[in-house]
Structures are given as C-alpha cells and as structure tokens.
Write a protein that binds this ligand. Sequence first.
Ligand SMILES: *[C@@H]1O[C@H](CO)[C@@H](O)[C@H](O)[C@H]1NC(C)=O
Ligand SMILES: *[C@@H]1O[C@H](CO)[C@@H](O)[C@H](O)[C@H]1NC(C)=O
Ligand SMILES: *[C@@H]1O[C@H](CO)[C@@H](O)[C@H](O)[C@H]1NC(C)=O
Ligand SMILES: *[C@@H]1O[C@H](CO)[C@@H](O)[C@H](O)[C@H]1NC(C)=O
Length: 479
Amino acid sequence: MAIRNLLLVAMAATALGEARSTIQSRQSSTITVDLTKTYQTMDGFGTSETFQRANQMRALSPELQRYSLDLLFNRTSGAGFSILRNGIGSSPDSSSDHMVSIQPKNPGGPNAEPKYVWDGNDNSQVWVSTEAAKTYGVRTFYANAWSAPGYMKTNGNDANGGSLCGVSGATCSSGDWKQAYANYLVQYITYYKEVGVDITHVGFLNEPDLTTSYASMRSNGQQAADVIKVLRPALDKANYTQVKINCCDAEGWSSQNAMMGQLRSVENQLGVITAHSYTSQPGSPINTKLNVWQTENADLQGPWTAAWYSNNGAGEGLLWANKIYDAIVRANASAYLYWIGVQGGPTNSKMIRISDDKKSVIPSKRLWAMANWSRFVRPGAVRVGTSGSPSGAKVSAFKNPDGTVSVQVIQGGTSSGAVAVKVNGFTAQAVKAWITDSTRDVGALEVTLSTDGTTATANVPSRSFVTFVFEPVGASEGS
Ligand SMILES: *[C@@H]1O[C@H](CO)[C@@H](O)[C@H](O)[C@H]1NC(C)=O
Ligand SMILES: *[C@@H]1O[C@H](CO)[C@@H](O)[C@H](O)[C@H]1NC(C)=O
Ligand SMILES: *[C@@H]1O[C@H](CO)[C@@H](O)[C@H](O)[C@H]1NC(C)=O
Ligand SMILES: *[C@@H]1O[C@H](CO)[C@@H](O)[C@H](O)[C@H]1NC(C)=O
C-alpha cells in the first residue's frame, strides 16, 4: 500500500478508534519496540519427516506432494520453514517405520574397513531435503541419529537404550566404537553432499534420558562430551569445518539443562544446544552461551484437531503460538521445530494430516501458528526489546536481515481493541498486519501508520495472533 493511502486510512481509523473506545472501554495499549536492546539471533523454524514419514508424503499424488511441500516450505503459501531435521538411521532393516542404517552389519569391529551401503533415498528424506533446498531455498539441515547401530552398543541393539561402547563407564568386548561412530556420521553427511544437500548440523543423540522400544541410546553429559571430542576432529578432517554439532535433544528442557555442567568442557566444540519439550517445557534459558533450539514438541496423543481456539486443548493453534512465544522470549530459543510435518493417522503428532483415503492433505492451525512466526521471523533475525503490552497479551519483536521489523501480538485472552506499536528510532515507509483467529485465515488486517512513520495502530481482537511488519524507508515497496 502506498504511504499516501495509509495516511488517509490512519486519520480515519484514529477517529473511529477513539469513538469506539469510549463506547466499549476495551483494551488500549501502546507497545514500544527498542531496537537497541538485542537478544538472541534466530536460526529459524522447522519440522521433520523422519521414521518413514517422508515415504508417506512421497506416496501421495504429484499434486498432493506439491501441496504438502508448499505447506511446509513455501514462504507465500505455506509455513516457510527454514530448518529440516532428518533422522540418521540405526536399524538393521526398514521394517515397520524403522530408519535403516548406512552400515546395517558389523564390518568386523571398530577398526575394520567400514562397509557402508547407501540407497540414495534414505526413506525419501533425500527427496524432501532436495525439494526443500532446490525449490524453496532451505539452507539449514539438521541430521540427527537416534542411536548408533546395535553392534556399536553395550546392549547389542539399536533399540532399548544401551550406551555407545567406549564412552565413560561403557566398555565392550568388541572394543571402543567412538571413532567408528564419528566416521559413520561423517559418511552420512558425505552421502547428502553427493546428492547436493549440505548438512549444516549433526546430532548423535536423541532423548538420551529415555529408553524406548525403538531406536534409543542412553547418555549423560560426560558420555556425550566423550563423543564430541572425537566427532569434532573427524568432521574437521573431512573438511566439514562448517558443520555444527548439536547436542543432546534431551526429552525435556530441564533435563537438557542438567547435562550442561558435564558439557562445559566441550562447549567450544559444540554448535547448538538442542532440547525437546515433553517432560518439561521451555520456561527459562538453558545455561549456555550457545544458540539453543527447541527441536521437538507435539501433542502426541490428542485426537486430530485443526482448530485455532475452542477450549485451549493440547492441539489448538493459539496454544502453539503461545508455546513458541515461551520458548523464544522466556527461554531464549533460536529455533522452534514441531515433531512431524506431514503424516497420516488420527493424532496431533503432526501439523498436516494425510486423510485416511490419501486423497487429501489437511493443514491444522498448528501449522499456521508456526507459519505466523516462521514467515516473519527469518533466519538471522535478531530479537529486540519491547515494553508495554495489552492486558493478557504476549508481545515479541525482531529485526530481520532484510531490514524489516516484525512484531507479534498474541492476545490469548478476551480483551480486544486498538493497539499501537511504536518502533523507537525507526522510520517506516509502510506497515502491514496479518491476523489469525478462529474465523479469519489471515489476509490483511487494517493497520494505520502515523505521519512520522514510527507508530502503527490496529484493532487486535480477543484470542488472536496479529503480526505487524514495518518496512524501513528506502526499501523497495513490497506488494
Ligand atoms: C509458492 O506458492 C506460490 C503461491 O501459490 C507460488 O506462486 C510459488 O510458485 C510457490 N513457490 C515455490 C518456490 O514453489
Ligand atoms: C574444503 O571445503 C571448502 C569449502 O567449504 C572448499 O573450498 C575446499 O576446496 C575444500 N577442500 C577440500 C580439500 O576438499
Ligand atoms: C541467549 O542466547 C544467546 C545465544 O543465542 C546467548 O549469547 C545469551 O547469553 C543467552 N541469554 C541468556 C539470558 O541465556
Ligand atoms: C496465519 O495463520 C492463518 C490461519 O490461522 C493462516 O491462514 C495464515 O496463512 C497464517 N499467516 C501466515 C502469513 O502464515
């Protein structure tokens, strides 16, 4: 919208806003954004298609494949996700939803010549990754192993816990497998490089505080540090100096925090601290200077819902908008990943459901809650300070690498009314606002910009998520 039109709308709307507030005495508030107060840098938002979920996507018709990919990665018609978390297989086979290993059989000990096998497909994760990279420009790929193959472990099985042979307190008659495991992870990165996908982050543990009947491997912080000391040089030797090590995807935020003491000595060899939200939600920062990612959360059991808000149920969109807020603003997270993107079946463990007859693909409002963050808070964005907020609302703000400033107002309560957002020391040539609530699937929300280009005003209704985006003077005008 041209600035002249905005001014006319601004004057009209201010008069209207004042008239309304006297009649209905609703929320009225000014949020001030302070660009000089900076917090963490964002790496992005994302999800995964591990455990053969990518195969489910690929089995769809070409039209539904494209629709699914657009919903995940398209920056104008979907969530615009910028991070994909892939699973590095550890299973000897592909039965059930297993992720098969690139070395399913013991090559004859930790020092034997490796016998890697690669099908170029990796349960269709190569296809999803290639589409993400080539079609949609995704640049961040997190390859994460749930376990080492069974023959490298104390329990001889990639499932049911057990530890990697050779870490502190885990000795095996077969020897020390730390170096062989590091080499194996490096080889996985090389296979992806060969198909044109650069893995940027690698993790060697998933929920090391939990034993499950599927791929799982136990580790404490010391045992993780033992692996990191071997993995970092192995990556560097293979010229993967840019590939960062992520650790440790603990089951909950506080269990990851509890591992930090034993990881301190290897913090300079680590890239990102990763944690899930199942046993404890992100409520305060993890004790580290490194970027922290929330790498897995979902409503695992609840019956499928696509709702934005009905009774604040565990699968509703507004609830997820709030969860993301807590991770970023209260717990300093630089990335937020939902567990699964696209999958069939009756639970909320995914954001997008493949119908039982596989003839349709249905996005939930959880996806759009993610999208309302992901599309406006881009990789490299720096979170900035805000003060003042409407009653019952959660407010966050970011300066994006392209110079735009985006401000999120999540009104989780029943207040509604005019909200003014002022960005100190910043002159906008234009402002846009988008709204998500039970009845609206966005489109634009009417918003006005003050004549000095610093303050935007819009009506923020109850139980809604409104995003303001300020374009700096001098930027080429967008659509
Ligand atoms: C994203 O979606 C828009 C709108 O449907 C479409 O025009 C565009 O081609 C898509 N982008 C990519 C990279 O596929
Ligand atoms: C190492 O990687 C860099 C880019 O990351 C590349 O320019 C260089 O040629 C590589 N060297 C070797 C020995 O592969
Ligand atoms: C937040 O994360 C950044 C790294 O992204 C770190 O430098 C900073 O110390 C963290 N802040 C707190 C309060 O933990
Ligand atoms: C925000 O969420 C709504 C649905 O609640 C969705 O229709 C809309 O496309 C989302 N906005 C963006 C920009 O992703």
